[in-house]
Ligand binder design. Sequence first.
Ligand code: PLP
Length: 423
Amino acid sequence: MTRSQALFEEAKKYLPGGVNSPVRAFGSVGAVPPFLKKADRAYVWDEDDNRYVDFVGSWGPMILGHNQKEITDSVIEACRQGLSYGAATKIEVDMARQICEMVPSVEMVRMVNSGTEAVMSAVRAARGYTGRDKILKFTGCYHGHSDGMLVKAGSGAMTFGVPDSAGVPAAYTEHTLLAAYNDLDSVQTCFAAMGEQIAAVIVEPVAANMGVVLPEPGFLEGLRSICTQYGAVLIFDEVITGFRLCAGGAQQWFQVTPDLTTFGKIIGAGMPVGAYGGKREIMEMVAPIGPVYQAGTLSGNPVAMAAGMTQLRILKQNPQIYEQLNQTSEHFFKKLANSVYQAGLPWHINHIGSLGCLFFTDSVVHDYESALTSDTQAYAGFCNAMRKAGFYLAPSQFEAMFISAAHTTDQLDSLVQAASDYF
Ligand SMILES: *Cc1c(COP(=O)(O)O)cnc(C)c1O
């Protein structure tokens, strides 16, 4: 028995499913999860001392690679000043200014502790601001696990075939409307029926929780104009795309300006951090200056802020990081697509910047329905074979591959070679 197998058996006694987040259990690829103990640059190591090139990157935060020296040093230094005070600190001001400078649509921001919390709070602010109850989301988009958002929520829920969660009263989701990604007609239909009741449209500007699905030209622009027309708040959930596609996120990449934006993952550099922000007049609805209550004992925690602030500062001061990362990633995904083609397989790769996904389907994937045509068993075979060859890929067809600035062309080429051999 490997150490990971032994740990998994032990873990299952004390943790539901042996894990603290479902996809980590590797259930959808029918494997035992490697228990990781260490990471450096583009590598992770498991308890059995296997080394892998990491394509998960903690699900996105590690855009500069693991164990980045300046980030780690800033965290250690912050720790020495005490772990938390539950009081206002200078670094929160620095962090807020940094976010507002990098993402111009964000005029004010509130720090929270996870992407889930960011979305939950942004939705509340939008409801408070508009005085309306309904929220429109897209099938296959994931916005964290708050009650109202667990409707056709992609990733974990898709993999496990449980579209809605037990324990969520119907009353909590009756205000959640569903439309199809990349289908503006489905959005128009909702607005035509009840536009005056819709507080917000929330969307992943690049969907990255049903695999990676790009917005078709005009889709995000269409959402912007419908929201403007009906006085609804447009929320971009940039928990994955924020600070990843470029310094200003998907909204800069696609040149579409939302009213509110939610952040997570990269903003904390691996620490548990989220944030929501946007137009001043909406953010001024939030307590203590407005009537929308939202609070957090550990929000803006100085150690977490040190990590996030250092990562954002590096990204802001070195725009060539994005240029290089996006170019390297583009080459990688093209080579991978070519190896699929050379092997005579009909599968598709969707990719943008350092995000990508190999869909095991012969359909073009542009929404949830087409994503569901993927052969998840075939993905499982691929994922497990790659892990044996030393590459750590997400244990689900419906997750992205995350490339970091620490990945070398050699490391990426070696995955392409291993994949070619497997095909
Ligand atoms: C990961 C994710 C969330 C939830 O963030 P957590 O930190 O896991 O709560 C929300 N929205 C999107 C788009 C995500 O990818």
